[in-house]
Design a binder for this molecule. Structure first.
Ligand SMILES: NC(=O)c1ccc[n+]([C@@H]2O[C@H](COP(=O)([O-])OP(=O)(O)OC[C@H]3O[C@@H](n4cnc5c(N)ncnc54)[C@H](OP(=O)(O)O)[C@@H]3O)[C@@H](O)[C@H]2O)c1
Length: 340
């Protein structure tokens, strides 16, 4: 019988994840039921938000992943067996197949057939996938992006942040400033992504002063990927009727809820009539296709740029994931599992 491999959690994680927190499992590929099809994974992603599901308790949009179960993640793959006419053998999909070699789907949940738009298939896991859609709908729907806005983006050199900043620029922002860790990341944001300025938060002595200097007119839209302490420090710099997009909390995922920073500058919400709202991008799936078509054209004509870091093989997934929390990652982290 054919088998599939998975990466699974050994035990709930406390603090920074380490590659040794994960192990590998093998199982038989069962016979398909009606409407099911088998996807052979060719590329898989590692996503920082998954960390919020690897501890016994934590605030997440989904329950903790128990030890022994495959870790969640997105894949691009090819259908190799099918009892579903919509997904015939040979067709390509992107899906939430998880950290493994294969998955079985019945077409429900997050799965999209891939059209050939002439761009690399890996982009369906990055700038055209869940992260890029988070940038698009976070900025447009949640952040109420408008021409002339002053935009500040955190974890700006990640795929969500870099794409959000570039979209803000393309949609007429008056200024786009990013915060990222390291001079190489900051240089890329300014020279390749068109940010007006980028702050290396690891190098400055006074981050509040650095943000104030880079955003002299204040901030209309904060696109935050980092978490509570970052939101709290930017609140006093928000402008009237500003919007705070709560996209991710990468600095908080490894910290128990009881030890996380709180948000104290809430008086700013009254004085500035601010709105702070979270995004869960799965709410926007019905609108993905239109956004992906527009973004595909923006990538093709060079308006949007992206970076990828490709690891090799399932064995590399734990290491690729753990590097998301140390600053080692620069761009979308993917793992090649086969030809694509
Ligand atoms: N809400 C949704 O529907 C949705 C969907 C997808 C993703 N997201 C969220 O969007 C955010 C960005 O996703 P992404 O895939 O583009 O990941 P990402 O921003 O590339 O995340 C990894 C980066 O986070 C930064 N980081 C790690 N620890 C940090 C810390 N303690 N303080 C500040 N920065 C830290 C590091 O960059 P530096 O070198 O700059 O520190 C690291 O390279 C994530 O938080 C993710 O959970 C949300």
């Amino acid at each position: 019988m054919a088998t599939m491999r998975s990466v699974v959690l050994k035990a709930p994680i406390a603090g920074l994840p380490q590659p040794g927190d994960f192990t590998f499992a093998q199982s038989d590929i069962p016979a398909l039921d009606d409407h099911q099809f088998l996807i052979e994974h060719r590329i898989a992603s590692v996503d920082p938000g998954v960390r919020s599901r690897l501890s016994a308790t934590g605030a997440s949009y989904a329950p903790p992943i128990p030890p022994g179960e495959r870790i969640d993640g997105f894949v691009v793959g090819q259908v190799t067996e099918s009892r579903n006419t919509r997904y015939p053998v040979g067709s390509w999909v992107t899906a939430s197949g998880g950290w493994g070699s294969h998955s079985i789907s019945d077409g429900r949940g997050y799965i999209l057939p891939l059209s050939d738009n002439g761009l690399p298939r890996s982009l369906w896991l990055g700038i055209l996938g869940i992260p890029g859609m988070t940038s698009w709908f976070g900025l447009k729907r949640v952040g109420q992006m408008r021409e002339g806005a002053h935009v500040l983006v955190t974890s700006a050199a990640g795929v969500v942040g870099a794409t959000a900043g570039q979209l803000a620029r393309a949609w007429g922002a008056a200024s786009v400033v990013g915060i990222a860790g390291g001079q190489d990341k900051c240089d890329w944001l300014v020279s390749e992504c068109g940010f007006d300025a980028a702050i290396d938060y690891k190098a400055v002595d006074d981050l509040d002063a650095a943000i104030a200097a880079a955003c002299p007119k204040g901030v209309d839209i904060l696109f935050d990927n980092v978490g509570n302490a970052m939101v709290d420090r930017v609140l006093p710099m928000m402008r009237l009727n500003g919007h705070i997009i709560v996209s991710g909390q990468v600095a908080d995922y490894n910290v128990p809820l009881s030890e996380r920073a709180g948000i104290t500058n809430t008086g700013e919400f009254i004085a500035k009539r601010l709105t702070m709202r979270g995004i869960l991008v799965f709410d926007d799936i019905p609108q993905f296709a239109a956004a992906q078509a527009e973004m595909g054209a923006m990538i093709a004509d060079g308006t949007l740029v992206y970076r990828e870091e490709m690891f090799e093989g399932l064995e590399a997934m734990p290491e690729a994931f753990c590097g998301l929390f140390t600053g080692a990652s620069f761009g979308r982290r993917l793992v090649r599992l086969g030809d694509y």
